[in-house]
Design a protein around this ligand. Structure first.
Ligand code: FHN
Length: 479
């Protein structure tokens, strides 16, 4: 390992993702396989749009489509599986499923109310399912008949939402399923020349829809692709690279998730050389990296998404069929993600009438209340690089390190171990009140609990002093 790389790895250990982009190659360049459609960049994107994506940290996911109408029930039978997959569970033919369009008339839908709810929850961006696997489009696409325009509702729901969220200062991201159950040319695999011709037509259709979305809604900040796991897509890695490039040319600054991408060998998310494709990793779905074993995630940008019940994205009538996370559990997942340098997107599945179920409204309120008071430890924060302690999580914004305490120790002392060369000079609550700090050993401190028990997860901000050491040496080595 050369001197520069050694220093970079050392700095990575201490300062985490802030400098991670510099530890670039996993293998010596000569041992990497040559790829035409692999990663087009090593390390994190550092431009303003990516920084905004990262600083947002908290988002909401909206899964809304025809599946909201049956809500998990078909012909009197309730299915436990994900509601947006009901067509598959109940083996409903596509043409029969798409007749649900005749019933799409969400009388209570109010884009402005949705945007206000998101604002109150403290989310900085919303990911909307423009088209889920069923193929129904929330915008009036001219490339298919299966759109909102052909329903009793008629109006462009996506357009209304983009405007309403943007008016509240909330970024809009587009979820787009490549897999499309409504399209006769979609193929799960390519096994014959006929498949090849049909799938080529399908890819052209998909390009057209994507260009249409980018042209109609130019304020969109991100495309989040899904339904890209089939052999047909893996055999066409070139197309995934082409889509990324096409959208980036049309919408400079746009971000694209790793799930879109496959390389020349059909390797997904990370290319055959282990480099992340797309701008951020999007594989953490309903799960999170382990805070001790999976620290490698701090080397790239990533975003996790989370359902509130175990596995329901679209509206399901009966939430009693699985465990439903409490607001506290959702909150802990948000903090967990940010403490490891990731974003968290919390899912909502609106009802067919366009309103949200009461549980989701309550959840949004509870998260919003906490974020209003404690958002400083989330927005713009990153992995701190400090060893995790049983009481909770650390996040960091420049010189401030935040302790987010979920488990209060009976002793009243919160043990903190600082990395070598870092001293704690002061500890304050977010309301400015100071709490005691005692140095108990080299790089070990006891931070006091607030005098008045907050009774909920609370935040302590640590002010720290770094010896002019590793960071500066590292910077000097680079210049
Ligand atoms: O099949 C979909 C599922 O319905 C949902 O949209 C999630 C969201 O990440 N993505 C797929 C499963 O990975």
């Amino acid at each position: 390992m050369n001197k520069l790389l050694t220093t970079a790895v050392l700095a990575l250990g201490i300062f985490g993702s802030v400098y991670a982009q510099d530890a670039k190659r996993l293998l010596p360049a000569e041992q990497e396989v040559s790829l035409k459609y692999g990663a087009d960049r090593l390390g994190k994107r550092q431009d303003a749009d990516m920084k905004k994506f990262r600083d947002n940290r908290l988002g909401a996911f909206i899964h809304w489509g025809l599946y909201a109408i049956p809500g998990g029930e078909w012909n009197g039978k309730m299915y436990n599986g994900a509601a947006e997959w009901l067509k598959a569970w109940a083996k409903v033919p596509a043409d029969e499923w798409l007749t649900l369009m005749d019933r799409w008339n969400p009388k209570k839908f109010d884009a402005k109310a949705w945007a206000k709810m998101a604002k109150k929850m403290g989310v900085k961006y919303v990911k909307i399912t423009t088209k889920h696997h069923e193929g129904f489009c929330l915008w009036p696409s001219k490339y298919t008949q299966y759109t909102v325009a052909q329903t009793p509702y008629k109006k462009d729901i996506l357009g209304e939402l983009v405007k309403a969220y943007n008016d509240e200062g909330i970024d809009v991201h587009f979820y787009f399923s490549v897999m499309d159950w409504s399209h006769p040319d979609y193929r799960y695999d390519i096994k014959s020349p006929e498949d090849e011709v049909a799938f080529a037509r399908f890819l052209e259709f998909t390009d057209n829809q994507l260009k249409e979305l980018a042209t109609r809604y130019p304020t969109v900040k991100d495309f989040w692709f899904d339904g890209t796991w089939d052999a047909s897509i893996k055999k066409n890695g070139w197309w995934t690279a082409h889509v990324e490039q096409m959208l980036k040319e049309m919408l400079p600054g746009v971000t694209i998730n790793s799930r879109l991408r496959a390389d020349d060998n059909g390797k997904r998310h990370f290319d055959s050389n282990g480099h992340l494709m797309g701008d951020y990793e999007s594989g953490y779905e309903r799960r999170l990296p382990d805070p001790v074993k999976d620290l490698k995630v701090t080397r790239w940008d990533w975003e996790a998404c989370m359902t509130v019940p175990e596995n329901q994205w679209g509206y399901h009538k009966d939430w009693s069929l699985s465990y439903v996370k409490t607001p506290l559990e959702v909150l802990e997942r948000i903090v967990h993600a940010v403490s490891m340098g990731g974003n968290m997107v919390v899912n909502f599945g609106p009802q067919p009438d366009g309103d949200f179920r009461p549980e989701e409204k309550e959840l949004a309120d509870a998260i919003g209340k906490w974020m209003k008071e404690n958002g400083a430890c989330i927005y713009g924060c990153d992995y701190a690089g400090w060893d995790k302690q049983a009481w909770g999580y650390y996040t960091r914004k420049e010189k401030d390190v935040y302790m987010i305490v979920f488990n209060q120790p009976y002793s009243g002392h919160l043990m903190v171990k600082t990395p070598k060369g870092i001293k704690i000079t002061k500890a304050v609550l977010l309301n400015g009140k100071e709490v005691g700090v005692e140095e108990t050993a080299r790089n070990e401190y006891n931070v006091d609990m607030p005098a008045k028990n907050p009774g909920a997860p609370f935040v302590i901000k640590l002010q720290v002093e770094e010896e002019k050491s590793t960071t500066d040496k590292y910077r000097e080595a680079l210049t």
